[in-house]
Ligand binder design. Structure first.
Ligand code: ATP
Length: 445
């Protein structure tokens, strides 16, 4: 199988059968598609200078062709591989799983063609034409692009996703994006804050109850899970679920069934579960506050939402986005941010993350007197002083540490063991500190 003269420079070797729309979109984007057979002869057909990406299409795959695909991938480890599976394919099945693991990225049919093009562009060494706004997650920093790519990847997979991150980082925004990009998007999305439910009512809120199930249960109540049938349930602060509700949730994840409180009848239900936590769930497991088996069930796919201070490049963009949204609903003089305000926003640590930014921008839009929101309007006028204090305090600490080591070494006549004893640290630490402060012992003596 040789690449003929007319081939373009960007080539996909598609092991399987691309659908008409897939072929059309990729060709339009400038990719030449070569259809190949995993068990066929002649390798993948490469020519120097071509960008070649291989795609393992397992949609029609029987066991023999999956095995052949695995061999083909093993024979060509230097090639970037993508893989494509059917939605009902058992991703845990060892040979399928090995193929997914060996791929740079994988897709579930129906293929999100924009994501496929982005992935191909990345593998071909181009800057991906990613539009994070498409999925409702505003931001263009590296960290946000990585989140968006994971959201696109996880959305079509029918597995739970555990979303972690500090408060206000956009965990619910991500959960909505996962739902909105999934095949369930036309069905309900139910967001439940487990921490806000009274512990004795959690079971009934989530799974419903029958009339007379407990004092005050005057009528049958349908729970959030049943209301979201065919859709997605998002359990925020899942670590706050009481033990009995954890057991019911585990059973639902294992068997796809639930029982209303006060009933022994099992109800079969199709709901995808997404969960979020801002506490360390692993620690809760260690301390026996969260079931380990439930943790493993929820933590199949994991999405981490970075803190806002880790995505400095997003701050001004998000602020303008919130201001524009505010202006659509309210009248305000404010149109944009002064350069001092932009600088203060970029340097602020944002302990409340995106939620705090949203609140400050809305408040500032109300109080602003002019077209440009000032640092003062945002209540961030102190940021430069805070930075200065942090810098000077930091450098004072470093200087004090250096002086303490030098003085002690001199007093101990450069006896490292003695110096370590007096400063109550190990000898290794003294050597490390000397290296850190660039203290050459010979120069000090
Ligand atoms: N990338 C984003 N683009 C636009 N709006 C965002 C983004 N991230 C967060 N927000 C907004 O910030 C606020 C907080 O987001 P969200 O509720 O999703 O955070 P959270 O991590 O779930 O918070 P908590 O841990 O308190 O439940 C919301 O108003 C949300 O719309």
């Amino acid at each position: 199988m040789a690449v003929t003269k007319g081939d373009t420079r960007r080539c996909i070797v598609w092991f399987g059968q691309p659908a008409g729309n897939e072929r059309a979109r990729l060709t339009k984007a400038g990719w030449f598609i070569r259809v190949a057979e995993a068990g066929g002869h002649g390798g993948v057909g490469m020519r120097n200078g071509n960008t070649v990406v291989a795609l393992a299409d397992l949609r029609q795959g029987d066991a023999a062709s999956i095995a052949a695909m695995e061999r083909m991938m093993a024979d060509h480890p230097g090639l970037p591989w993508l893989s494509l599976i059917a939605p009902d394919m058992p991703a845990q099945e060892p040979s399928v799983n090995r193929i997914l693991q060996a791929s740079a990225d994988f897709f579930t049919a129906p293929v999100d063609l924009q994501r496929l093009l982005d992935s191909l562009a990345q593998l071909g060494g181009e800057v991906p034409a990613l539009e994070p706004g498409d999925v409702g997650i505003t931001g263009h920093s590296q960290a946000t692009r990585a989140v968006t790519a994971s959201v696109r990847k996880y959305a079509p997979v029918e597995l739970p996703v555990l979303i972690t991150g500090e408060t206000g980082t956009g965990k619910e925004v991500a959960a909505r994006a996962l739902h909105g990009l999934s095949m369930r998007s036309e069905r309900p999305f139910a967001a439940i804050n487990c921490g806000a439910l009274p512990p004795n009512l959690v079971q009934s809120e989530l799974f419903g109850h029958e009339r007379g199930a407990f004092t005050g249960a005057n009528a049958r109540r349908i729970g959030h899970f049943e209301t979201a049938a065919g859709g997605t349930v998002f359990l925020d602060e899942v670590g706050d679920l009481p033990m009995d509700a954890q057991t019911s949730l585990l059973r639902f994840l294992q068997e796809g069934t639930l029982e209303r409180v006060g009933s022994s009848q099992s109800i079969k239900l199709d709901v995808r579960v997404l969960a979020a936590t801002h506490v360390d769930l692993e620690k809760a497991v260690e301390q026996g506050r969260f079931r380990e088996d439930l943790y493993y069930r929820l933590n199949v796919l994991r999405l981490h939402m970075p803190a806002l201070r880790e995505r400095e490049d997003d701050v001004v963009l998000l602020a303008q986005h919130f201001l524009d949204a505010f202006r659509e609903q309210h009248s305000t003089h404010a149109r944009a941010f002064s350069s001092a305000a932009r600088q203060a926003m970029r340097h602020f640590a944002w302990p409340g993350n995106v939620r705090e930014l949203l609140n400050r921008v809305q408040r500032a839009a109300v109080v602003a007197e002019d077209a440009l929101i000032t640092a003062d309007d945002l209540d961030l006028a102190d940021v430069p002083h805070m930075l200065e204090a942090r810098t000077s305090l930091g450098s004072a600490r470093v200087a004090a540490e250096r002086d303490a080591v030098i003085n002690c070494l001199r007093e101990c006549r450069f006896n490292i063991s003695e110096c370590a004893r007096r400063l109550k640290v190990s000898r290794v630490t003294i050597y490390r500190l000397c290296k850190k402060h660039r203290l050459a012992l010979d120069d000090l003596r």
